[in-house]
Design a protein around this ligand. Structure first.
Ligand code: AMP
Ligand code: ZN
Length: 135
């Protein structure tokens, strides 16, 4: 199947991994709108939540719930936006269910504009987040 997130899950395309469990892979967005912008992705392919299962929706939120504190600590955030572009009309680009977590730092403009970090910059952020998760 020609799905970029399935390829990432299969290890065919690299990612900057944040967490992984049996159901979910979370990795940094390559076009983040804030430092630490993370995508939570169910491992089983489904175009979006509507054609997935309620268990997948719960698994996604569980992963967010358990991982968000470490992401926030790693990037010095005190809040975050959660977002899902569900369907073409909503601007979904990748048709494999994913939830965006966009950390927000006090005093930093809350923009939804993509940044263009280098792979090295993304790798450093992922290392910091994984270090907080490991604590
Ligand atoms: P959307 O489908 O509109 O929710 O957005 C898909 C998101 O996936 C965008 O924010 C992209 O920057 C991100 N993205 C696309 N390809 C990759 C990739 N190979 N690794 C990480 N993030 C990606
Ligand atoms: Zn897929």
């Amino acid at each position: 199947m020609d799905c970029i997130f399935c390829k990432i899950i299969a290890g065919e395309i690299p990612c900057h991994k944040v967490i992984e469990n049996d159901q979910i892979l979370a990795f940094l967005d390559i076009g983040p709108v804030s430092v630490g912008h993370t995508l939570f992705v169910p491992k089983r392919h489904a175009e979006n939540l509507a054609v997935g299962s309620v268990e997948e929706a719960v698994d996604l939120m569980k992963a967010v719930y358990t991982t968000a504190p470490a992401i926030m600590k790693a990037v010095g955030a005190s809040g975050y936006n959660l977002g899902m572009n569900h369907g073409l009309a909503a601007g979904q680009d990748v048709f494999h269910t994913h939830l965006h977590l966009m950390p927000r730092v006090d005093g930093v403009e809350r923009a939804f504009v993509k940044m263009h970090p280098t792979q090295e910059e993304l790798a450093k952020v992922a290392v910091k987040i994984r270090a907080e998760i490991a604590v």
